[in-house]
Ligand binder design. Structure first.
Ligand code: ADP
Length: 518
């Protein structure tokens, strides 16, 4: 009997294919690259045909690595970069390159959406989120305004992973978590917002039906079986956007479960049994990949990215002399050692807003700062302040979620920052919550594979699949006195930022105006 489940994650830099067995153990993973195109400043595109090629390559690689046949795969789950747009014509041919989540060309369309919706508060009421340049809806409006000859031929608009579903099964479909990131989805009601589509004059028939993530919504065609080496008629589940799929892969699938992922950016993600109010639109409030559950997450732009910056500035010589990735990474270990032995006696604050900020402040003009420097501070103090500043920023996201009524029982730690045990303990102290490290971290591709295993009936539901597959390693408990100390630092950091913010705003506006007149 077929004994494996395949997860496919169509990421931005590449595709990851992962096989899990019936006990939830990872049997093999492979990653293949696909190219990105930047035709103009701020534009970011990819060719859907390149995704398809990298999916076939990654998936065949995973079968080879695990030394199994395609017929051993009992189900396929899809996950992928969110928000992108693939435009198809009536014959379902790709009309142009896909616009990606990190494409910045749609500022005017975001304003237009807010206006047509009847204001920001009304937009939040319709789709629970505010308009961000990365989302799919502004991209469709951009096409209408700037490429009307293409727009006239549009018959279907898909998200990236749903284009792969179409190539695998010839089914047009999506799932509720990924659809939430289009800005055209009524997240609270778990269905497309035809009301917003009407206001934007978009045809509801362009958007495919959105199912719950573990639902089987297609089976492999003969042509896809030939291209992938999998068996014809293999079931494919709806799957999930990469954030929700990663939450399944880290076990954030029950009330009280939260994850903190310290990659280049810093994402705090919480499960919720009901739609989460998002009054200021600072958080993203989406449907979860768990049926009848919702999620909320925030993203700070420079989390691990701030530590990376500190490494470049403070360890430039060593960085240039390093011969490989291991030597690069070893610098992080030494930085953490230095931070751990720093005295921390005079409060030194770091604001991690090196590339502007998205959450807890939606301030593109925000800047980083080190404040409170004295003659007694050394390099270790500065590194420590950077680590503390990043972690305080993550905690502000947790506080925003608490203010929306969510309780975090424990925080699951993920991303490159979770490799350091010292930083794990710092997170526990700052969050004032037990923090749990995971034995391995496979993220979205694992989540997609588990959704497939649930969809074909191997596990009764998503939490049961996570209980089998996601293994925790160690719990870090907060030390009360340190939590108290960090509450004090958090207040100081917020007050200093609030004092500086009007200056950043003024300077940003001045430079922006000058940039426009140049
Ligand atoms: P990406 O977002 O690029 O996928 P990762 O999840 O790999 O990133 O995380 C990269 C970040 O993790 C780095 O910028 C750095 O801040 C942090 N990091 C990497 N290795 C370590 C380490 N050994 N100790 C502490 N932090 C680390």
């Amino acid at each position: 009997m077929a004994a494996l489940f395949l997860g496919i994650d169509v990421g931005t830099s590449g595709t990851k294919a992962l096989l899990v067995d019936r006990l939830g153990r990872v049997a093999a993973t492979t990653i293949t690259d696909h190219p990105s195109l930047f035709p103009k400043p701020g534009w970011s595109e990819q060719r859907p045909g390149d995704w398809w090629m990298s999916v076939c390559k990654a998936e065949r690689g995973a079968l080879r690595k695990a030394q199994v046949a395609g017929s051993d795969v009992a189900g396929v789950g899809l996950s992928g970069q969110m928000h992108g747009s693939v435009f198809l014509d009536r014959q379902r041919r790709v009309l142009r390159n896909a616009l990606l989540w990190n494409d910045q060309r749609t500022t005017a369309e975001c304003i237009e959406i807010e206006q047509r919706a009847g204001g920001r508060a009304r937009l939040i009421r319709l789709v629970q989120n505010i308009a961000l340049t990365g989302y799919q809806a502004p991209k469709v409006l951009w096409l209408r305004r700037h490429e009307p000859h293409v727009f006239r031929q549009v018959h279907t608009v898909l998200l990236p992973k749903d284009y792969i579903r179409y190539r695998l099964t010839e089914t047009l479909g999506s799932d509720v978590s990924d659809a939430s990131g289009t800005l055209l989805f009524d997240v609270a009601a778990r269905r497309w917002s035809t009301r917003l589509m009407e206001r934007l004059e978009l045809d509801p028939d362009w958007f495919p039906p959105a199912a719950e993530s573990p639902e089987v919504i297609g089976t492999l065609t003969t042509a896809a079986a030939r291209a992938t080496g999998l068996k014809r008629d293999t079931p494919v589940v709806a799957g999930a956007g990469d954030q929700a799929a990663a939450a399944v892969g880290t076990g954030v699938v029950r009330s009280g479960a939260v994850s903190a992922t310290l990659g280049t950016s810093g994402v705090v993600f919480a499960h919720s049994p009901q739609p989460v109010p998002n009054h200021e639109g600072l958080l993203q409030s989406f449907c979860h990949a768990v049926p009848e559950a919702w999620c909320v997450f925030g993203c700070m732009l420079s989390a691990g990215g701030s530590l990376q910056w500190a490494r470049e500035v403070l360890f430039a010589d060593r960085l240039h002399a390093a011969r490989d990735d291991n030597e690069h990474d070893a610098i992080y270990d030494d930085m953490i050692k230095e931070a751990a032995t720093a005295t921390g006696r005079d409060p030194l604050l770091f604001h991690p807003y090196l590339t502007g900020e998205r959450c807890p402040y939606a301030h593109p003009h925000a800047c980083g700062a080190l404040s409170g420097l004295t003659r007694r501070h050394d390099r270790g103090d500065i590194i420590r302040a950077v680590l503390e500043g990043i972690t305080l920023g993550m905690n502000r996201q947790l506080e925003l979620m608490r203010a929306s009524g969510l309780r975090a029982r424990e925080v699951r730690l993920a991303g490159g920052g979770a490799r350091s045990t010292w930083w794990r303990q710092l997170q526990a102290d700052v969050y004032g919550r037990p923090c749990v490290s995971l034995r391995s971290e496979e993220g979205s591709a694992l989540g997609a594979a588990l959704l497939a295993a649930v969809g074909v009936g191997h596990f009764p539901n998503v939490p049961a699949a996570c209980a089998a597959a996601v293994r925790t390693q160690r719990t870090y408990h907060p030390v009360a006195a340190r939590t108290e100390h960090y509450r004090h630092l958090a207040k100081l950091a917020a007050r200093t930022y609030e004092a500086l913010e009007p200056l950043y705003r003024r300077e940003f506006n001045r430079l922006h105006k000058r940039g426009q007149s140049n």
